[in-house]
Design a protein around this ligand. Sequence first.
Ligand SMILES: Nc1ncnc2c1ncn2[C@@H]1O[C@H](COP(=O)(O)OP(=O)(O)O)[C@@H](O)[C@H]1O
Ligand SMILES: [Mg+2]
Length: 283
Amino acid sequence: MQVVSIISTKGGVGKTTTAANLGGIAADAGLRVLLLDLDVQPTLSSYFTLHSHAPGGIYELLAFNEQDHARLISHTVIDGLDLILSNDDKGQLNTLLLHAPDGRLRLRNLLPAFRPHYDLLLIDTQGARSVLLEMAVLASDLALSPVTPEILAAREFRRGTLQLMQDIAPYRRLGIEPPPLQLLINRVHPVSANARLIQHALHDLFATEPGIVVLDTRIPAVEAYPRASTQAQPVHRVEYRRPKGRVTPAAFDTMRTLACELFPAWESAFNQLRAGAHRRVGR
Ligand SMILES: Nc1ncnc2c1ncn2[C@@H]1O[C@H](COP(=O)(O)OP(=O)(O)O)[C@@H](O)[C@H]1O
Ligand SMILES: [Mg+2]
């Protein structure tokens, strides 16, 4: 089971959108996917229509070490796409974990119970520094961080996310290697030359940071992303063909390219996906 946390100390950069769409395309490619919504605001929890709603969620998982999957795991209407709901509406988990001796390692210690059942665990997080965020990163094989191509976002990234990675580095002494950080440039406006310049600047800025990879795949700013979320569908099902007169590739192609870049081991599964195969699934 690959564990990926989607992180940024900034809100609105596309974390939840990326988690939902990556989870959706991976499930459609035949992988068994579990989404974990660690955001206090349960945006990912309400992205997809649920086929069955478990009584528990992250609160029971993290506060009570609930082991019974039937009480924890909800199922979305998408085959192979399961979800542990965010239900920490009072925001108690952070304080609880802050004072627990195993706080930042609790999720990591709980993963063995999920490993046999899933190929991919995607963790969506809140856009702020917190114990929960550090816990998610320490449980991950890879941290994926969307960043929008504005210089302000880049500065915030350097200040927030890089600091977070530095702060968890001492866990190396316990034999826990912090995961590599992969940067996903999201919401690129295709026509603006200025945006392209900033993109190159971002590339140079982060290429010199050790342990950080800037992904080749960039996500264009297209209305298909908010539209897909309104339709409770992953975007590759919604925009499977490039609209006439647009240069930017179809979201189907973007998401497949991203999935292949992130998970080369599953490339053939992603390449077997057929554009538009789920046309009639939308409701
Ligand atoms: N590539 C994109 N193109 C257009 N809109 C996007 C794109 N990525 C995200 N959005 C929109 O931006 C808003 C914020 O995204 P979201 O994933 O909720 O951010 P976060 O989880 O980081 O707070 C949402 O309305 C989403 O639909
Ligand atoms: Mg979010």
